[in-house]
Design a protein around this ligand. Structure first.
Ligand SMILES: *[C@@H]1O[C@H](CO)[C@@H](O)[C@H](O)[C@H]1NC(C)=O
Ligand SMILES: *[C@@H]1O[C@H](CO)[C@@H](O)[C@H](O)[C@H]1NC(C)=O
Ligand SMILES: *[C@@H]1O[C@H](CO)[C@@H](O)[C@H](O)[C@H]1NC(C)=O
Ligand SMILES: *[C@@H]1O[C@H](CO)[C@@H](O)[C@H](O)[C@H]1NC(C)=O
Ligand SMILES: *[C@@H]1O[C@H](CO)[C@@H](O)[C@H](O)[C@H]1NC(C)=O
Ligand SMILES: *[C@@H]1O[C@H](CO)[C@@H](O)[C@H](O)[C@H]1NC(C)=O
Ligand SMILES: *[C@@H]1O[C@H](CO)[C@@H](O)[C@H](O)[C@H]1NC(C)=O
Length: 232
């Protein structure tokens, strides 16, 4: 009986040694990584992946770092992924995940056709190179909330400040709310999430020009119809 138990333990141990961890491994700030997994060095217990895909400032920026880690994954921030829409053609996608004892999969972040809503957020971004966060209004997609994020790269490479509409989840907001929460290679100095405000066209004091044009167009069409009715 005792012999069987010891043999069992030995077999389990042997399997653990043979079945060593493999992770996707790459570091490519400028190009895409492949999804191929390679065996980790001895003592690795988790796979860690960071991704930043940004078009802020009009120039594409991609940062990817996937590696094996000798540390266990943190309990509450094992996976964080969100996109902040700042301007029409400028967004910031951040994703970080830690996979305990197994290779990571892609975080599902396919954004198909998104429905625009009548909600809005204040939007701007500031990096090292710009000095002010020049705020504009951003109309949000379905399911987005307003965020104000200030984050630093762990390696001291710089800071980014963002305001805009984001698909960030309520639980991710809670995870990142405490000052200086580190996830992957980012230190989130401050993360504030709020519900997007509903645009109320009736009480807007200074309507945006496009609405103004639409309104005057509508009234002129209406006016012509009225005129036609009077003529015939
Ligand atoms: C990434 O690309 C930029 C601009 O194309 C270049 O200045 C930089 O040296 C590149 N970085 C690496 C690590 O290749
Ligand atoms: C980065 O974003 C662009 C545009 O949204 C997308 O086409 C590309 O596949 C993304 N790259 C990665 C590595 O996620
Ligand atoms: C990639 O990420 C790992 C784990 O977070 C980190 O130890 C390593 O320094 C990073 N690589 C580079 C080149 O920054
Ligand atoms: C990745 O996907 C495979 C197959 O769907 C699954 O077995 C595995 O648990 C997933 N890994 C993670 C870290 O979610
Ligand atoms: C941002 O500022 C930090 C610290 O002042 C500096 O190390 C880094 O090179 C700067 N990055 C850019 C892109 O200017
Ligand atoms: C967060 O980090 C900054 C800069 O290192 C520090 O000044 C501040 O006291 C930290 N805040 C907390 C709550 O740890
Ligand atoms: C934000 O919106 C959610 C769902 O739309 C709602 O349950 C919640 O009460 C709202 N929070 C605030 C502070 O208005």
């Amino acid at each position: 009986m005792k012999g069987i138990l010891i043999a069992g333990i030995f077999v389990a141990f042997a399997i653990a040694v043979i079945d060593s961890l493999s992770c996707r491994q790459c570091y490519s700030p400028n190009e895409s990584c492949s999804n191929i997994v390679t065996e980790c060095a001895e003592g690795s217990v988790s796979c860690v992946e960071s991704l930043v895909n940004s078009t802020l400032g009009g120039s594409p920026y991609l940062y990817q770092n996937r590696s094996c880690s000798a540390n266990d994954c943190p309990k509450n921030s094992a996976q964080v992924a969100f996109t902040v829409h700042v301007f029409d053609d400028q967004s910031f996608h951040f994703a970080s995940q830690c996979c305990q004892g197994e290779a990571c999969n892609d975080t599902n972040h396919e954004t198909g056709t998104q429905a625009i809503t009548n909600t809005q957020c204040s939007a701007c971004y500031r990096s090292n190179t710009t000095t002010t966060c020049e705020e504009k209004t951003r109309q949000c997609f379905q399911g987005e909330r307003c965020v104000h994020i200030i984050a630093d790269f762990v390696n001291g490479l710089g800071r980014v400040e963002l305001k805009g509409c984001s698909d960030i989840s309520e639980s991710t907001c809670e995870t990142l709310a405490p000052e200086n929460t580190t996830v992957g290679e980012f230190i989130f100095r401050s993360v504030i999430c709020e519900n997007a405000t509903t645009i109320n066209t009736l009480t807007t004091k200074t309507p945006p020009t496009s609405t103004g044009i639409k309104a005057s167009f509508t009234s002129s069409v209406f006016g012509s119809l009225l005129l036609l009715k009077l003529l015939f």
